[in-house]
Design a protein around this ligand. Structure first.
Ligand code: ADP
Length: 471
């Protein structure tokens, strides 16, 4: 078996429960597309219905752009010109999104790749990248791009397995109950990683259980040989992992975790160090990745890699050169003498406290500044959790705090003052544009600046502004 996987139209019809209604059943299809703007010659266009567009309106455009054919629910009216050449391939199905998913599953099965699926409230992208990095020491590895992690993105990712990598590391996203069940059914993962539940939603006790139950769908449809890598430190996961029908390995700092970090050392801006105990022995790990969360992400990645026979020594070597995903704890040393921690991708109380710990543990900079955006989606607990983070900010020895956002951000600033930060060193502003103005005015060469906030607050704009001003 060499060369990329190509399915015949008949095979696609069989996999999707559809019918070849036009064109040749033996026509071979290698690439699939749902977007005429990125479609290439010979692609199979799947007319997916989205919220705003219906792919059926673009079938003629897809064929004009060189598509080999289309997957549709009803035979489209094609312009006369299309009838001049051979009849285009049309596969009629009941539901085009389902057909995309079924086709992806078929390619995934034929690829022979081992699929590692990562899910959890926080750390999915980072854990996916780290796992892929460690596994690539031994295997050819495919990883899904960006956040192609939902009911459409995941199939598009899995269709890339036509290149027959040894391993695919994919992220599974989740916004509502039932979604992970669907994604697990498409990906049929051999290895599942459950990073955490408690973090982003730690505030809501009633609904944390509901969220945990929805996340627990990652445990479904397991075959006996499948592996679950689960966070031993997360009470919600601990309470549910026993349902998994395959093998389970745990990671964390808790006693009894199969992959356990001990002697954890915060090395400030140099990253983290720990001894990692594994079923195959102990290994000392030093990584430039910042913060406890990243150490846990690395631990999860290590568990997958060791279980897939990557030697401990190789893991330690790679850990030393890992880099964070964009805006997730990126360390930037600007030519103007500012050191920036760009953690603007997202925030949550637990993650923010971890980032403040990193700032607190760092030595050598003239002053410490934090631009902290409001943490969204914390419901009724928003004020209390922001106050906690305000106290943590004061405890990190900040010289300047700029809180950005609505009332919860104001609460964070108030709590920092109440915890001892001089009033003149704490500023609250409503928008990231104002925060950027204040930062530009007050930040000085030699400063260490942490920028973090929920994505909706757009603290990335503060980073970009500082890069321009001090770059
Ligand atoms: P996701 O893909 O789940 O959104 P990312 O890997 O993109 O997660 O990380 C987003 C943010 O989540 C990071 O910038 C960090 O603030 C936080 N984070 C990452 N890993 C963890 C973790 N293990 N525990 C808590 N927070 C984390």
């Amino acid at each position: 078996m060499t060369g990329p996987i190509a399915l015949t139209a008949a095979e696609i019809a069989a996999a999707t429960g559809g019918r070849v209604v036009s064109g040749r059943p033996d026509q071979r299809i290698e690439r699939w597309s749902i977007d005429t703007r990125s479609l290439g010659p010979g692609d199979l266009f799947v007319a997916v219905r989205g919220d705003r567009f219906d792919g059926h309106d673009f079938v003629a455009a897809a064929l004009a752009a060189g598509a080999a054919g289309a997957v549709v629910t009803a035979t489209p009216a094609l312009p006369e010109a299309g009838k001049a050449g051979p009849a285009p391939l049309l596969i009629q199905v009941a539901d085009t999104t389902r057909a995309l998913q079924d086709g992806a599953r078929e390619v995934r099965r034929r690829s022979g790749a081992k699929v590692v699926a990562i899910t959890g409230s926080a750390g999915k992208t980072t854990t996916k990248e780290l796992t892929a990095e460690l596994l690539s020491a031994k295997y050819t590895v495919f990883r899904n791009r960006g956040n192609l992690n939902n009911h459409i993105g995941l199939p598009l990712s899995l269709l890339e397995l036509r290149s027959r990598p040894d391993v695919a590391v994919v992220e599974l996203g989740m916004n509502h109950a039932g979604e992970l069940r669907t994604l697990v059914g498409i990906a049929e993962p051999d290895v599942r990683v459950w990073t955490n539940v408690g973090d982003a939603h730690a505030g809501f006790f009633a609904s944390a259980d509901a969220i945990a139950d929805a996340k627990a769908e990652i445990l479904e449809k397991a075959r006996p040989g499948d592996l679950l890598v689960a966070n031993a430190d997360d009470e919600w996961i601990r309470a549910r992992a026993g349902r998994f029908a395959g093998r389970t390995r745990t990671f964390g700092v808790s006693a009894g975790a199969d992959y356990r970090a001990s002697a954890v050392r915060h090395r400030g801006l140099d990253g983290m160090a720990a001894t990692v105990t594994t079923p195959r022995g102990d290994v000392h790990v030093e990584t430039p990745l910042l913060g406890t969360g990243n150490l846990l992400n690395l631990l999860a990645a290590t568990a997958v890699a060791v279980e897939m026979d990557v030697p401990l020594g190789v893991i330690a070597e790679r850990a030393a050169t890992l880099t964070p995903a964009a805006r997730r704890g990126e360390l930037l040393r600007l030519p103007g003498g500012i050191t920036l921690i760009d953690d603007s991708y997202n925030s949550s109380p637990a993650a923010l406290k971890q980032s403040l710990e990193t700032v607190g543990a760092s030595t050598g900079s003239a002053r410490k500044v934090a631009v902290l955006g409001e943490m969204l989606e914390l419901g009724a607990h928003a004020e209390r959790l922001h106050a906690e983070c305000g106290r943590a900010a004061a405890g990190a020895g900040l010289d300047l705090l700029i809180a950005v956002g609505g009332d919860p951000a104001r609460r964070l600033a108030d709590a920092a003052r109440a915890a001892g930060m001089p009033a003149s060193t704490v500023v609250h502003v409503a928008t990231s544009a104002e925060a950027a103005d204040v930062a530009r005015e007050k930040v000085r060469p030699g400063d260490l600046v942490l920028v973090k906030g929920s994505r909706g607050i757009r603290t990335d704009r503060v980073v970009d502004r500082l890069k321009v001003e001090f770059g």
